[in-house]
Design a protein around this ligand. Structure first.
Ligand code: MG
Length: 163
């Protein structure tokens, strides 16, 4: 069975994942408003992915005979200065998520909770991918700079996500 401390920390992470989903859905609306459908689609796919992260933790807490407690999801930011600044926010946010996953892992080690360590290994690997993708997007946006044609070219490329 999960310790109370581990259970509380996992419940906190469920909330973090839902906040991530909400943040990316807000970014999807921002890109829709800018008429960048590829970027909007990318963020919407990211929204779906974050919900699967939350549910993975949800299922795990239940499987370990724990008790899920859902908390209020904070309202995400709605506007960004530019597509570049939105993608920089993604990178910064994912680095924060990585730190919280690492803290959870450290707690699981401290508590000799091997099952939770195994679950978190998946999340640690996933975060490497998330940061890699965000980094790539930030680089592309920097390359596009203020050239609308390059931005549209990248946006067209982003529509291929999930196909
Ligand atoms: Mg996540």
């Amino acid at each position: 069975m999960l310790s109370q401390t581990m259970q509380a920390a996992l419940n906190e992470q469920i909330n973090n994942e839902y906040y991530s989903a909400y943040l990316y859905l807000s970014m999807s609306a921002y890109f829709e408003a800018l008429n960048l459908p590829g970027s909007a689609k990318w963020m919407r796919a990211q929204y779906d992915e974050e919900r699967t992260h939350a549910l993975k933790l949800f299922d795990y807490v239940n499987d370990r005979d724990g008790r899920v407690s859902l908390k209020q999801i904070a309202a995400p930011q709605m506007e960004w200065n530019s597509p570049l600044s939105a993608w920089e926010n993604v990178l910064e946010h994912e680095r924060g998520v990585t730190a919280s996953i690492h803290n959870l892992y450290a707690l699981a080690v401290k508590e000799n909770d091997y099952a939770t360590q195994t679950l978190l290994t998946w999340f640690i690997t996933e975060q490497v991918e998330e940061e890699k993708n965000a980094n790539l997007m930030v680089e592309r946006m920097r390359q596009a700079g203020t050239q609308p044609a390059t931005m549209l070219l990248f946006d067209g490329h982003f529509t291929k996500r999930g196909e």
